[in-house]
Each structure stands twice: as C-alpha cells, then as structure tokens.
Write a protein that binds this ligand. Structure first.
Ligand code: ADP
Ligand code: MG
Ligand code: MG
Length: 243
C-alpha cells in the first residue's frame, strides 16, 4: 500500500483553478518525481497536502488511513518533512538555530546551545559534506548553502515522507550529486520521497516513478524505467525540456 495517497485533489484561487482533480501516490522506498511546467500546480499540490492551503475537494490517505492536515506543524507531526520551494528559514538567526528552530527550548542554556551547535555541525558535515561555522547568521552564506541548510533541516526531522520542492534550484553539479546520494540512501532505508524538479535529466537519474501535471490537470503516472522518450514527455508537460 502507498505511504501517501491523494485522490481527486481540487484547489482554486480567485480566478485560477490550480488543481483540477489530481491523483498522487507515493510508496515507501521510492523517489517519485512530480513534473510539470512552471504554474502546473506542483507546489500547490504540496501545500494542499501539508496544510499550507486548504483543499476544496479530494482525499488524502497516510499509511492507509484517511487524514486531514490543517497546518504545516500538523503535517510535520504526522511524519511529513518538507522543504518548500520558498525556503522558509530565518536569515538573521544562526545556521544552527535555523536547523533546530521550534524543536529546542526557547531559552537555551550555555550547554544546550553548545550541544545544538555541535549537532548542527555534525549534521551538515555528515549529510551535506558542508563544513561551515554554524554560529554565524544564515544570511552570511550563499543561496546554495542556505538551500543545503534547509534540506539538512528537513532530513533531521524523523519522517515517513520527505518532500523536496525544487531542492536543486541553487545547487551546483557536485551539490546535486551530494543530495542524490543522500536521497538514495534514505530511500533504501524505506523513506518515501516526493521530488519536484524542472530538470528531466535529474528525473531520469534519481526517480523510480514520475507524475506529470499540466495546467492543474493530472496527465499521468509512469514508472521511470518505462518513461516515454524525452520529446514525448516534453509534449505531455507542454514545453521544450532540456535533457
Ligand atoms: P508550480 O509549482 O507547478 O510552478 P504553482 O502550484 O506554484 O505551480 O502554481 C499553480 C497555479 O496556481 C499558478 O497559476 C499560480 O499562479 C497559482 N497560485 C499558486 N499559489 C497561489 C496563491 N497563493 N494565490 C493565487 N494563485 C496562486
Ligand atoms: Mg513554479
Ligand atoms: Mg513550484
């Protein structure tokens, strides 16, 4: 059974039908790519799932049980860890604080603060091969580093489902490979990963399954091994793709 199953999801904004009855399912131990041109509804589907938006219609099952999620906090508590496309970090907090925000006592004593910094350093080094001073403010680092911090934060939350909305947009080739290595390890451990990207070459490289959206409509779900040719996928998405 799927770890996550969404059926018939509809969501409108004033003047825009962003999701017109979208189905999506995600199995444990797989990377499922959600593809579609800019504006296709990918981020809206994720936000409808994680309680950023309410859904107009449709059902969600998590681990076989129907669930209604009303806020990102509820979503995280239910075992869904998400990196949103607009990375929601606090530039004027330290890197370590950004990683552990909301999970540590507000007033950290000296020792807990040291522990938090040590844990943050270890996490970034182990998971991202990133060796930076975690006591510096996040804003003192590049956008790519900030993206890696957001991903590390999501990985540090124990979850059944990991959602990455265009996590590679600011990363260079090496950083993308680093991320893919982590994703492979996590899926082999049984995590269900939803991966959003524009880049078809990344889809071919990392995904087991692909769902395509176009203009808020569900085009189809495919096994990566039997993915149609790039030109065909381009046509399904409605745009030229770079392979
Ligand atoms: P994608 O992530 O595939 O690029 P989005 O889910 O961001 O697409 O957007 C899908 C459609 O919904 C777009 O037409 C977008 O303008 C619209 N949309 C998304 N979020 C909002 C919002 N908060 N208010 C109004 N329209 C929105
Ligand atoms: Mg977009
Ligand atoms: Mg988006």
């Amino acid at each position: 059974t799927p770890m996550l199953q969404m059926k018939g999801i509809r969501k409108s904004f004033p003047g825009v039908r962003a999701l017109k009855g979208v189905d999506f399912r995600l199995f444990p131990g797989e990377v499922h790519a959600l593809m579609g041109e800019n504006g296709a509804g990918k981020s809206t589907l994720i936000k409808a799932l994680t309680g950023v938006y309410s859904v107009d219609e449709g059902t969600v099952h998590l681990d076989g049980s129907p669930i209604r999620i009303h806020s990102p906090q509820e979503s995280q508590a239910a075992g869904i860890s998400t990196v949103y496309q607009e990375v929601n970090l606090c530039p004027n907090l330290t890197v370590a604080e950004n990683i552990f925000i909301g999970r540590e006592p507000r007033k950290l004593g000296r020792i807990r603060w040291k522990e938090m910094n040590r844990a943050a350093s270890a996490l970034l080094a182990d998971r991202m091969q990133l060796h930076i001073d975690v006591t510096r403010n996040l804003e003192s680092y590049s956008v790519a580093v900030q993206q890696l911090v957001a991903i590390a934060r999501a990985l540090s939350i124990s979850a059944k489902v990991l959602i990455l909305d265009e996590p590679t947009s600011s990363l260079d080739r090496n950083e993308v490979q680093q991320l893919f290595a982590i994703m492979r390890k996590l899926k082999n451990e049984g995590l269900a990963i939803l991966f959003v990207t524009h880049f078809l070459d990344q889809v071919y490289e990392i995904s087991d399954r692909i769902t395509i959206l176009r203009n808020g409509e569900f085009v189809g779900e495919y096994m990566a091994a039997e993915l149609p040719r790039i030109e065909l996928v381009s046509r399904m998405i409605g745009k030229e793709l770079h392979a």
